[in-house]
Design a protein around this ligand. Structure first.
Ligand SMILES: [Zn+2]
Length: 92
């Protein structure tokens, strides 16, 4: 399905920081689907030029979910090291 080019969010104020403006960009998304985490490159998004928050249209989320559901077909994999943060530090 083809969607019309969405220019409706260009230049809008970011809803998170209320200062930055949104720009159309493509980039890497770390998409969680249940237990699975997949990386999707070149995902179209609106990105805040101040805080970096990323916004997606509903159909982009839908497409990412479809990619995640069919992740068995992906041939490219990354090995990611896992660490445990061992310290008494608290968040605040
Ligand atoms: Zn922002």
């Amino acid at each position: 399905m083809k969607h019309k080019k969405a220019s409706d969010m260009a230049g809008k104020i970011c809803a998170l920081c209320c200062q930055g403006h949104l720009e159309a960009k493509r980039g890497r998304e770390y998409f969680r689907h249940g237990e699975a985490l997949i990386i999707i490159e070149d995902v179209p998004a609106w990105v805040c030029n101040k805080c970096g928050e990323r916004y997606h249209h509903a159909w982009v989320f839908k497409r990412m979910r479809e990619i995640a559901i069919h992740r068995d077909q992906l041939t490219e994999h990354l090995r990611v090291p896992v660490a445990h943060y061992q310290s008494g530090d608290e968040a605040a």
